[in-house]
Design a protein around this ligand. Structure first.
Ligand SMILES: Nc1ncnc2c1ncn2[C@@H]1O[C@H](COP(=O)(O)OP(=O)(O)OP(=O)(O)O)[C@@H](O)[C@H]1O
Length: 243
């Protein structure tokens, strides 16, 4: 599904990603762990194609297509979706209108909003005055409507209370087809500090990013436990380190 080869990325003159290699197969969900400022968000924003993330070297291949220099809208059309760590407020854009843009089937967004008890937000400007948890629900509603083949999630749990974590987790589980083990087709890359998502999706691989490089890949639960026990720096010295 996604193949990243020796990716070097510069942001505002600073070299942030330094030779990233990553392969996410069809139907696989990967978790990305790592210290603050290590480059995780930069990787997601670069995959999605946001301006300001300058690819100095390397390739991003999605579904066999080289998307390294493709505009963001083309990447979305090809089937990539993203949920931001801190999504912007869209004044003058109603959530219902954004949901219509996200999905071809015009009724899908509303049906999903009703099913998650979120329909009273449809007539509000996107994220304007939304609480932290409401912003995350709105983001996931947009993604469920878009129904991307590769979903990029940047700390989906941040700002979400304990009860709503369950709702958010189930929405992500639906997005990534948690329950369909055979023939699962949707892929995901999830940045998480808390590891909460591991209770809601069957994650196939975990990676640890430090200082713009991926050091470790392996069982996501074991990696997360290793980080909790020994910290990032010690974790990357483990047997699973392959870079
Ligand atoms: N627009 C920008 N201008 C300047 N520096 C930037 C910009 N975007 C990212 N950086 C820098 O690049 C580095 C990596 O940032 P990034 O947001 O990718 O880290 P992260 O691993 O996602 O961190 P966190 O876990 O805190 O969200 C940081 O030092 C950050 O300050």
């Amino acid at each position: 599904m996604l193949q990243i080869e020796d990716l070097w990325v510069e942001v505002q003159g600073k070299e942030v990603l330094k030779g990233i290699n990553l392969h996410i197969g069809k139907g696989e969900t990967h978790c990305l762990f790592g210290k603050n400022g290590s480059g995780k968000t930069t990787l997601l924003m670069t995959i999605m194609g946001f301006s300001g993330y300058k690819v100095r070297h390397g390739k991003i291949i999605f579904k066999g297509v080289d998307i390294t220099h493709l505009p963001i809208n083309e990447r979305a059309k090809l089937g990539i979706g993203i949920s931001f760590q801190r999504p912007p407020t869209l004044r003058g854009v109603k959530l219902k209108d954004l949901l219509q843009i996200c999905g071809d089937d015009k009724g899908l967004g509303r049906r999903l909003a009703v099913s998650y008890g979120f329909d009273h937000f449809l007539d509000r400007d996107v994220n304007l005055g939304f609480s932290g948890g409401e912003i995350k629900k709105s983001e996931l509603l947009q993604l469920l409507t878009q129904n991307p083949d590769l979903t990029l999630l940047d700390e989906p749990e941040s700002g979400v209370d304990m009860e709503n974590l369950d709702v958010i987790g189930n929405m992500i589980g639906k997005l990534l087809q948690k329950d369909i083990h055979k023939g699962r087709e949707k892929s995901g890359l999830i940045i998480t500090h808390t590891g909460f998502i591991l209770n809601y999706v069957t994650a196939d691989k975990g990676h640890v990013m430090l200082n713009g490089q991926i050091y470790c890949q392996g069982n996501p639960v074991e990696i997360f436990q290793g980080i909790q026990k020994y910290g990032y720096q010690e974790c990357i010295k483990c047997m699973q380190c392959n870079v």
